[in-house]
Write a protein that binds this ligand. Structure first.
Ligand code: C5P
Length: 242
């Protein structure tokens, strides 16, 4: 493998300079962390599965007109994406109460919400990613009101589409986290979906049994983590039947 300049190493991915200007190679690691690094471990094969699952979902979203950073998958663990200026927000969409929402508001996990909720968190490990409002986002200039309109519109469309897609393979999309970035085409700025969409950043429950098929299995020491990720890939039709 040719030596490439590493741009950034995150908890689950490494970013390298891409072959063309304005491109980046995303390398998916097997490393997993939870609780902002309080717990760490390895989920064997996770990187390969997340690379495939995220490719599959990003392409489906592109097909329905959501602009994304994804260009193409390069190999088992790498994909080529557009370089973006990441907006420092974690955009969480929820359909069913779980995780921090259940804790914060005392809502029993598994309670269906009256309507999908879109929440924002400021991406900052040192501050533990605090929840923020649209007021904070525009006041601190993380995004302008127009960018936020785009982001909310895309988040809701991604949710509608993915709810249907997962329901079709017997999975409830409980919640998920998106990240967005800015790209410039001929001096025109556009917001695009960035990062990844995988069982690392979605809660996915078997629709019949509510069995967890996502990273909560790692966070909560439930075991059979890799098998859960494989099951998601298998149901999406991107792993051969076993
Ligand atoms: O922990 P919480 O309930 O707020 O997580 C909501 C959703 O966002 C979950 O699907 C979780 O996997 C995802 N998330 C994430 N990265 C974070 C925080 C949450 O992918 N830093």
């Amino acid at each position: 493998m040719a030596r490439r300049r590493q741009i950034y190493e995150g908890k689950a991915k490494i970013l390298f300079e891409g072959p063309e200007p304005g491109t980046i190679v995303q390398y998916f690691k097997d490393d997993a962390t939870a609780g902002n690094g309080a717990k760490s471990g390895v989920i064997t094969g996770k990187g390969v599965l997340n690379n495939r699952i995220s490719e599959f979902l990003m392409l489906k979203l592109r097909d329905i007109g959501i602009p994304t950073h994804f260009i193409k998958r390069l190999n088992m663990r790498e994909q080529l994406v557009r370089a973006v200026e990441i907006i420092p927000l974690e955009v969480v969409v929820r359909n069913v109460a779980a995780g921090s929402l259940s804790k914060r508001f005392g809502i029993e996990e598994g309670t269906r919400l009256p309507r999908p909720l879109v929440e924002f968190y400021y991406k900052n490990d040192a501050l533990n990613d605090p929840m923020v409002s649209e007021e904070h986002i525009t006041a601190f200039n993380w995004a302008c009101a127009h960018d936020l309109d785009d982001i909310c519109g895309y988040a809701v469309r991604v949710n509608d589409f993915l709810c249907g897609l997962f329901a079709g393979v017997g999975i409830t999309l409980v919640d998920f986290k998106l990240e967005f970035g800015r790209v410039w085409d001929n001096d025109e700025m556009r917001i695009v979906l960035a990062d990844e969409i995988s069982p690392d950043n979605c809660r996915l429950w078997d629709a019949r049994t509510n069995e967890k098929l996502d990273k909560d299995r790692f966070r909560r020491d439930m075991g059979r983590v890799e098998e859960a990720y494989q099951e998601v890939a298998r149901r999406l039709g991107i792993l051969p039947e076993t």
